[in-house]
Design a protein around this ligand. Sequence first.
Ligand code: F6R
Length: 614
Amino acid sequence: MCGITGYVGQGDAVPIALANLKRLEYRGYDSSGVAYPLADRVHVHKAVGKIANLERSINGGMHNLTSNVAVAHTRWATHGRPNEANAHPHCDCTGRIAVVHNGIVENYAELRSELQEAGHIFNSETDTEVIAHLIEAALPSVSPTSEEFVQACRIALKKVSGSFAVGIVSALIPDSLFVSRKDSPLVIGLGEEENFLASDIPAVMSFTRKVIVLEDGDCALITSKSVRIFDLDGNPLNRSILDVTWDDQSAEKGGFDHFMLKEINEEPRTVRDTLRGRITEDSRVVLPDVNFTSEQWNRIRRISIVACGTAYHAGLVGKRLLEKTLKRPVDATVASEFRYSDPLVDEETLVLLISQSGETADTLAAMREARRKRAATLAIVNVVGSTLAREADAVLYTQAGPEIGVASTKAYLAQLTALSLLSIYLSQDHGLAEEERIKMISALRVLPDQVNDILSQCDQIHDLALRLRDHNCFFYLGRGYDYAASMEAALKMKEISYIHAEAYAAGEMKHGPLALVEPSVAVIGFCTQPHTNEKMISNLKEVKAREGFVVALLREDVPAPDCADAVISVPVTLEPFMPILSMVPMQLLAYYVAKEKGCSIDQPRNLAKSVTVE
Ligand code: F6R
């Protein structure tokens, strides 16, 4: 999610590392920093905002920058507000070690208190800082050698659970960079008498096209002349060299044609990261970042979900799920309606605001209205430090990372994952049976792999898009959770392909819209809820009888109905979680239809990523 670069060679390391970092800046990071070893310590510079601010602060500060080794980082906050203290790199107590990190240290709270008890002083709220102190703690007290430093890094990283891509500079290895990764990407760019480090290939492409893509559990010690790769136990490893043939534009998109497709492909990681650190070994949910007291929770009698667009559609799924688990009334309203409706909320209401950006004007106004009426406000937000995150009483962060495509994709999956966690969290001690909780947690744990399985069907979905691209109207039908999901699927299709698309509660079709069905109309029937499946199939038969093109979206354990012209099948999970899986092929379908029609996918006409005006 964050950006990492590094350099070791004959050149001036800081400007090179920063130039490479700038190639990642388009993702909208909140702060940046750089560290380099000089004499017996590491020097660190940080700034909030754009990398240009960091450059200005370095150039204005008369600092001696003649170092041949540096790591740099641009942050997209996950733990702690976006400010200078929380910007990377983070150092140990002695100022000899600096770490940049991408990922999440799940057990940071526990590690931090152990380290504090042992006398370590922390300067930030981040999870990353524990890594620098863990390395310091693992070093021998007198004159550590570079080999002992590398060993200390390995020992430290073995204590970390969660995900990491780290770049480490130290006065103890002044000619080298130590790097390692687990569940977070990291590449080494190979040059002549110089080598580069980056979280993303585009960052090194102006210097080299030869890269080594590190694998999970890999460590490397990089000098200007060599790259030594080994595992966390120190056993040597061989990794092949990749020749990058992408042009600059497709490199930014990780080799995908559009950010939207890249972001859909990031969904397994998004779901995994949103779950990370929030499920205990005994299958309970913990939400360490939601700082409501139990007294505040106990006061809540009803929940009002408020959001816009895709986030509102996530809220519609959340409404059903929270009602089912909590057995309390839950409503969902679009923010632009809520804010002017003199809403019936009070001290006993939890107003749950959902937003990717945390800056949507209507959602902010709704939150302020709810606060004015003394309701408790909880924001499910992606962007740390956004206005919604700062002003709500409590925040539950989704961990989707920066979303660049205007059409929201991975943020929706992250929002549904967060809502699933919240529903278990609120009910696990208030009526949710243990057996049910364990079933739900087991289902959540396998979702990232199931999303991956769906992504591997993208060619079939592309083929279906070719059959559908000339239809001039799409209906998306469903019941229950499927109805909520069908609303998001219709939004995806209309906003990027410009084809009229509408969602309908399947039972409502015959009360009017059926009159529109003819051969140019495509009807996507969501049939993932066993108890209403028969009804859904008979609704699809009604469509077929009027010569509409019928696509059945089915669980993979359900046979294809005769009335279907095409079938999309998705793995099986619990009913409330089916929208998480069914949305993946729907996003892909919208993407491929729009692509075949030559639409501007990442920036659809008339739309902005964040709607900060009414
Ligand atoms: C649709 C889409 C929009 C947003 C909506 C809310 O793909 O992206 O409908 O979901 O503008 O934005 P956030 O979540 O930033 O509040």
